[in-house]
Ligand binder design. Structure first.
Ligand SMILES: Nc1ncnc2c1ncn2[C@@H]1O[C@H](COP(=O)(O)OP(=O)(O)OP(=O)(O)O)[C@@H](O)[C@H]1O
Length: 227
């Protein structure tokens, strides 16, 4: 089982002469296959928590496990390796590589993983079908709508066959219909592949797709409910 376990995470930032708690002793367990929404006011620590779980940033103290790997015990390059093998990211701003085509953007991660060219082509075609982008493989990101670009970002995130997808405001730049389509896609990937989703958002539409809802204020989890 690849559960996510966080124990007593603390992350502080110095702002002027003030110490701000991005994470104030946060502990939580997310079971493999859960779809969880993380909400809270601006500055409550949502991104800081995603970054700690995904190993993009190091907490000051505390422990993060993704499955049997303790992320917090690794070096920067070891964390990058764990991300490559186990964790997909989806951001508000898509973060695609503009000079690469849709297919090349998807294959990029597999290339880093050392997957052969023929296997990359086969898998990227399958993934394009799965996210509903067949026929758009030779386009570049600027030639796609926001919703299509976000689907490419999801395709890239699942290319590495991750156990966990961390999504930070994934619907923020999408209209409500396109957001619903993206969330349907998340649900489908969650059900078919058992991928765990942790979605940080202000968008109430996301709540309908997640049974578990964690709410943060001032770096602390104040409610954690499952419907
Ligand atoms: N690199 C940084 N330097 C200084 N302070 C930071 C840094 N990153 C985050 N913070 C502070 O940590 C707190 C938590 O920020 P975080 O970005 O995690 O909040 P958030 O809940 O994701 O906010 P939003 O909903 O606006 O994205 C905020 O007070 C923020 O100003």
């Amino acid at each position: 089982m690849s559960n996510i376990v966080c124990k007593q995470l603390v992350k502080t930032f110095l702002q002027g002469d003030q110490t701000i708690y991005g994470l104030d002793h946060v502990s939580l367990t997310i079971k493999q296959g859960e779809m969880t929404v993380l909400s809270g006011p601006s500055g409550s620590g949502k991104t800081t928590l995603l970054n700690a779980i995904g190993g993009l940033d190091e907490p000051d103290s505390g422990i993060v496990y993704v499955g049997d790997v303790e992320i917090t015990g690794l070096t920067k390059s070891q964390r990058a390796d764990v991300r490559l093998q186990r964790i997909g990211f989806v951001f508000q701003s898509y973060n695609l590589i503009p000079v690469l085509t849709v297919q090349e953007n998807i294959e990029f991660v597999m290339q880093l993983q050392g997957v052969s060219a023929s296997e990359r082509k086969k898998r990227s075609q399958e993934i394009l079908g799965e996210v509903g982008l067949t026929g758009l493989e030779t386009r570049r990101p600027a030639q796609l709508s926001g919703g299509q670009q976000q689907r490419v970002a999801v395709a890239r995130a699942i290319a590495s066959k991750p156990v966990l997808i961390l999504a930070d405001e994934p619907t923020a730049n999408l209209d409500s219909k396109t957001s619903a389509q993206l969330l349907e896609l998340f649900t489908q990937l969650n059900r078919q592949h058992g991928i765990t989703f942790l979605i940080a958002t202000h968008d109430a539409q996301v709540f309908d797709y997640c049974r578990r809802h964690i709410y943060m204020v001032d770096g602390k989890i104040v409610t954690d409910s499952t419907s």
